[in-house]
Design a protein around this ligand. Structure first.
Ligand code: NAP
Length: 308
């Protein structure tokens, strides 16, 4: 099968399309024909070798042989192992591949179910939201789940005030919509060019970071979510109400199958939609990573693997 191999750590050009062996599902696995994946910031960070720990997981001096990036996928079940009960051939699915990665390929095997707490490593599969394209659906599993779990960690509730920094990025655009779903008043921090976007998905107030330093505002918040990791708790402390909470993405949240199903339900009820900035063909993966490396995408960048 065709796959994108991360041949070294470095610039986007280290990604090379090669032929590798098509995987076979084990008894407890499904084989997914990948229709779409994403240029997720996590993929670009592994490729760039950032942070240092990445080397420990994926190869100390160079990536392990035939390392295939791709944290998120959407596609169709091609076959199932003999013990698989919850999926069948031709089911349309979306999935987190986890740190087994492997989304930048024509096929990916994932376990039907994984043991509690191991999802980050082993992935998660669910039926795809019916009202999304494969490209849109592929952008949900990592970004959507991370934003959801961080807001839940902050114990978001009806009637709260939340400030979201980095509101125009992948996590930010999910966080705005989820915070509105939970009944919060949202102040979004973004640049001038993204003000209309963040308002269109529910932001009540906007701070333009090119005009104003949000940490100097006199308003107080129940939650400050630094979705883009450009600030620090110490700088945001004065924005927090008594018992207010600061969250960022410094710890990977523990995720469960029910979280992905919850997001699917919100999407199918039109309470949540992924923002898709651009879509590239898998043949243009280098260009896609170069675009994400710039740090100015709006929402998400999808990759078409199989053109329907
Ligand atoms: N996405 C995930 O699932 C995930 C999971 C775990 C951790 N993380 C980490 O969380 C961070 C954000 O991830 P992401 O995927 O949301 O990033 P992203 O989509 O690449 O963020 C880009 C967005 O951030 C905005 N931005 C850049 N500098 C800003 C600043 N100083 N203030 C406010 N907004 C700014 C950009 O808007 P402008 O063009 O206007 O500057 C752009 O829209 C990264 O450090 C990532 O490694 C992400």
């Amino acid at each position: 099968m065709k796959a994108v191999i991360c041949t070294q750590y470095g610039p986007p050009e280290v990604l090379q399309i090669k032929e590798v062996k098509k995987p076979n599902p084990k008894d407890n696995e499904v084989l997914i024909k990948v229709y779409a994946t994403t240029a997720h910031i996590g993929d670009t960070r592994i490729r760039r070798f950032d942070p240092f720990l990445v080397r420990l997981m994926f190869g100390l001096f160079k990536p392990k042989k035939n390392l295939i990036l791709g944290l998120e996928i959407s596609g169709v079940i091609e076959s199932v192992g003999k013990n698989v009960k919850s999926f069948k051939k031709d089911d349309k699915v979306f999935a987190l591949t986890g740190f087994g990665l492997g989304g930048y390929a024509e096929y990916k095997c994932l376990p039907e179910k994984v043991n509690e707490g191991t999802q980050q490593r082993k992935g998660l599969v669910a039926l795809k939201p019916e009202n999304l394209s494969y490209e849109e659906a592929a952008t949900i599993p990592a970004g959507g789940l991370t934003a959801l779990k961080n807001l839940q960690k902050a114990n978001i509730r009806d009637g709260q005030k939340i400030l979201i920094n980095g509101a125009s990025g992948s996590l930010g655009t999910y966080a705005i919509q989820l915070a509105k779903y939970y009944g919060s008043e949202v102040t979004a921090v973004c640049s001038s060019k993204n003000i209309e976007l963040v308002k269109s998905i529910g932001a009540d107030k906007v701070i333009d970071y090119t005009e104003e330093d949000f940490t100097k505002t006199d308003d107080k918040y129940d939650i400050v979510y630094d979705a883009v990791m450009k600030s620090k708790h110490a700088h945001c402390r004065r924005l927090l109400k008594k018992n207010g909470v600061f969250v960022n993405n410094s710890r990977l949240p523990k995720i469960e199958e029910e979280d992905l199903l919850f997001l699917r339900d919100l999407i199918e009820r039109n309470k949540l939609k992924p923002i898709l900035d651009r879509t590239y063909s898998i043949d243009d993966i280098v260009e896609a990573h170069r675009y994400v490396d710039n740090g100015h995408k709006k929402g998400n960048v999808a990759i078409t693997v199989y053109e329907q």
